[in-house]
Write a protein that binds this ligand. Sequence first.
Ligand code: ASC
Length: 148
Amino acid sequence: MKHAVAAATLALFAAFPAAAQFAKPTDAVKYRESAFKLMATHFGRINAMAQGKVPFDAKAAQANAEVLSVLAKLPWDAFPAGSNVGNTEAKPEVWSQPDKFKTGAQQLMDNVAKLDAAAKAGSLDQLKAAAGAVGKSCKSCHEAFKKD
Ligand code: ASC
């Protein structure tokens, strides 16, 4: 019985995308901004090590990469149609070029997965290369989809 309820609950969540979970368009804006802000925090800690600004700490890199790999999945469902509102920093291209936006999001997630693997391997050289690729993903999407 418990299993049946759990399965039904999972099916319910699967049936309703995250977009349906925002009561107001501005809630979606707040959600995605929160996710990006946390991503910047956790990626920033890794990047500081990759750039030699703070000493390499393999355990800290691993912990931050693990969090980042979850965070990197979050913003994308928070750009529902109609959420180009308020003082969002998103450009209209997010909604007018959805395939390009999705491709960029996927590239970021793929590069973050590689960063996670590099951090788990405990190699600073691998971490530097993988962090560079993540930074490039951030930058290219910002150029196309984020207001200055
Ligand atoms: C960061 C951060 C970003 C990206 C971007 C890369 O650490 O907060 O938004 O990297 O600056 O170019």
